[in-house]
Design a protein around this ligand. Structure first.
Ligand SMILES: Cc1ncc(COP(=O)(O)O)c(C=O)c1O
Length: 387
C-alpha cells in the first residue's frame, strides 16, 4: 500500500489557535462553548496523588460508566442500552473519527459522508482512497437531510454512512424518528455501518438517543467528546461507542497501536466533569440560548437583513449565514477588513467546501459583549467591502 497522503485542512491551518488568539478581538469562528478552566466549573483539580501508570486500555472504567450512562437519558430503543465495555475512550473525537474510518474503509470502499461536515469526517475517508460519495445538505432545503435520497444512494457494497447531528457547520438537526429510520437502513444492509458524530449531542434542546443504542444488529457507532459541550478541547478527551464485539477488538487494537492507552490525568479530569454534568450543563445551555437569540435579533434588523441571511440553527453553537448578494461585495476584502479593521474572525465557507460568501458563525464561544461587537463588525466589514 502507498503511504497515506496526509494533508492539512484549511480549517486547521487557519484556525484561531494557529492564527494566534491574541490577533482576534471578537472570535466568532469557534464551534464550541467558550473554553473553560476546570476551576470555572468548581472541579477539584488536584491529581497530585494520582498514579500516572498506563491506564485501562479502553479508558478509565469510571469514565466509561459515566459515558455509557448517557444512553439511559434519552432511552435508546434497546432495553440493554450501552455498557461501559462498549465505550473506547480516545484523545478527542478527531482521533475517534480517524480510528473508525481506518478500521472500516480501504481504497475503493463506498462511503456515504454528509457534506458539508467537520473536515476530518470527509478528509480521512478521502485520504484512505475510499469511494467517497457526498450526502449533500443544502441551504436551499433549509439544510434538511433528504433521507429518501440517502436511501437511494446506498449500494449493495456500501461500507459506511457518516452523518453529524447536531450538525457542524450549519446547526441543522434531525429528530429521533429520522435517526431510527437511518439506523434501520444500516440494519437492513449486509455491510453498511452508521457513524453518527454526536460531538454536539448534549447541546441540543432535545438530545437524540445514542445512535449505537438503536441498532438491532449493532451496526451503528456513536462518537463524541468533551470539547464542544463543555468547552474543554484541551482535555483531548473523546470516545467511540460500539456494540459489535468484533469491531470493538479492532478499535482497541487501533487505539493500542496509536496510544496504548489514554492520559491517566485527563481521564480522571473528564470523569470529574461528567460527574458534575447536571450542575454544569444548565448554565451552558442558557448562555447558548441567549446568544442564539442575540444573533436572531441582529439578523432581524433591516440594515442587517439587507446584507445577510441564514437558516436558523436548531441545535449546537454554530450556524452558517451568507451574503444575500455576493456580487455586491468584494469577498476577499470583506474577510480582510473584518479581521484587520474590525477584529472579528469567522469561519469562511472554504473551510467547509462552501462558497466563500457564506461563513460559519460560532455564537457559543464569545462573551455576550464580544458577540455584539463581532456582529457589528460583520455589518461594518460588508459596508467596507461593498463594490
Ligand atoms: C463535528 C465534529 N466532530 C469532531 C470534532 C473534533 O473535536 P475534538 O477532537 O476536539 O473532540 C469537531 C471539532 O470541531 C467537530 O466539530
Amino acid at each position: 500500500m502507498a503511504p497515506l497522503r496526509y494533508a492539512r485542512t484549511p480549517i486547521e491551518i487557519e484556525s484561531p489557535e494557529e492564527l494566534g488568539y491574541d490577533s482576534i478581538s471578537y472570535n466568532l469562528a469557534e464551534s464550541s462553548f467558550a473554553d473553560q478552566r476546570l476551576s470555572d466549573y468548581g472541579i477539584d483539580t488536584d491529581v497530585g496523588d494520582l498514579l500516572l501508570q498506563y491506564g485501562d486500555h479502553l479508558g478509565l472504567p469510571r469514565l466509561r460508566e459515566l459515558i455509557a450512562a448517557e444512553s439511559a437519558e434519552t432511552g435508546g430503543s434497546d432495553p440493554n442500552g450501552i455498557g461501559p465495555d462498549q465505550v473506547t475512550v480516545t484523545s478527542g473525537a478527531a482521533p475517534a473519527l480517524f480510528i473508525v474510518a481506518t478500521a472500516l474503509l480501504g481504497p475503493g470502499d463506498h462511503a456515504l459522508i454528509q457534506a458539508p461536515n467537520y473536515a476530518t469526517n470527509l478528509e480521512t475517508p478521502r485520504m484512505l482512497g475510499a469511494d467517497l460519495e457526498h450526502v449533500e445538505i443544502r441551504y436551499e432545503d433549509g439544510w434538511e437531510l433528504d433521507v429518501d435520497r440517502l436511501a437511494s444512494q446506498i449500494r449493495p457494497e456500501t461500507k459506511l454512512i457518516s452523518i453529524t447531528y447536531p450538525h457542524n457547520p450549519t446547526g441543522a438537526m434531525i429528530d429521533a424518528e429520522t435517526l431510527e429510520r437511518i439506523v434501520g437502513l444500516v440494519d437492513d444492509h449486509p455491510t453498511a455501518r452508521l457513524l453518527l458524530d454526536e460531538t454536539y449531542r448534549s447541546l441540543a434542546p432535545e438530545p437524540l438517543p445514542l445512535a449505537a443504542s438503536l441498532s438491532e444488529r449493532d451496526r451503528a457507532l456513536s462518537i463524541s467528546s468533551m470539547s464542544k459541550t463543555y468547552g474543554l478541547p484541551g482535555l483531548r478527551m473523546g470516545w467511540i461507542i460500539n456494540r459489535d464485539p468484533e469491531l470493538a477488538e479492532t478499535l482497541l487494537a487501533a487505539k493500542e497501536q496509536i496510544l496504548i492507552c489514554g492520559s491517566t490525568a485527563d481521564e480522571e479530569m473528564a470523569a470529574r466533569v461528567l460527574e458534575a454534568k447536571d450542575r454544569i450543563l444548565p448554565p451552558i445551555r442558557a448562555k447558548i440560548d441567549e446568544h442564539l437569540g442575540i444573533v436572531r435579533g441582529w439578523l432581524a434588523a433591516d440594515d442587517v437583513r439587507d446584507v445577510f441571511e441564514w437558516v436558523e440553527p436548531r441545535a449546537g453553537v454554530v450556524g452558517i449565514p451568507r451574503l444575500r448578494d455576493p456580487d455586491a461585495i468584494d469577498i476577499d476584502r470583506f474577510y480582510k477588513t473584518l479581521l484587520e479593521n474590525h477584529g472579528t474572525y469567522v469561519g469562511p465557507g472554504h473551510w467547509f467546501d462552501q462558497p466563500r460568501s457564506s461563513f460559519r458563525l460560532g455564537f457559543g464561544w464569545p462573551t455576550t459583549d464580544e458577540l455584539h461587537k463581532g456582529l457589528a463588525g460583520l455589518l461594518a466589514a460588508a459596508a467596507d467591502a461593498a463594490k
